[in-house]
Design a protein around this ligand. Structure first.
Ligand code: AMP
Length: 189
């Protein structure tokens, strides 16, 4: 019997969540759901949601919970997630985590992968990404705000998922491939 993986990626901005999410999705042949990417799609296509989201994203702040939760709920109602999925960038607040628990019901999260990197490593990584991907929210000032928001609003999820018993902490310093191996080993335990 194949195991269904419903995985949440946690970690500071620049910890490599997106990179690892894509690699895990490929490995398990399941979709990645990135809320940041969903918002950027809305911004690119010029929807009302995109216009609203941009005002928060460009300042390094979180898009309000109700808007974000509604978008994820819609995405998780599609049939392609039935065999599992990787969530990249959601939840980012305790309110979102509770909403996710409710959305999933019996079919709850199977693992929360928390990527750990040194704070000093994150900022150069993000500035480098700013140069290569041209993301409007990767300027030094916005990066600082995103890290602050992470510390204040997202870090409590560490405790939250310890209590839920699903947290798997991963040392995310090293080569991309090596980190994927660490995650896969941890998921097999
Ligand atoms: P990311 O690509 O995951 O770094 O997300 C980029 C930006 O999108 C974040 O800095 C937030 O402004 C917004 N965003 C992404 N996911 C969420 C979320 N779960 N809740 C609120 N805002 C989010």
């Amino acid at each position: 019997m194949t195991r269904v993986h419903r995985i949440v990626m946690l970690g500071a901005p620049g910890a490599g969540k997106g990179t690892q999410a894509v690699r895990l999705a490929e490995h398990f042949q399941i979709p990645t759901i990135s809320t940041g990417e969903l918002f950027r799609q809305h911004i690119r296509t010029g929807t009302e949601l995109g216009e609203l989201a941009a005002t928060y994203i460009d300042g390094g702040n979180l898009v309000p919970d109700d808007i974000t939760i509604r978008m994820v709920k819609e995405r998780l109602s599609r049939t392609d997630v039935e065999g599992g999925f990787i969530l990249d960038g959601f939840p980012r607040t305790v309110v979102q985590a509770e909403a996710l628990g409710e959305m999933l019901g019996e079919e709850d999260i199977t693992a929360v992968v928390e990527l750990w990197v040194d704070a000093e490593e994150v900022i150069p990584r993000l500035l480098n990404r700013a140069a290569t991907e041209a993301r409007s929210d990767d300027t030094a000032e916005v990066i600082r705000q995103r890290i602050k928001v992470y510390r204040e609003q997202t870090r409590p999820l560490h405790e939250y998922y310890i209590k839920e018993g699903t947290l798997r902490e991963i040392n995310a310093v090293g080569e991309i491939e090596q980190i994927t191996e660490r995650i896969l080993a941890e998921l097999e335990r």
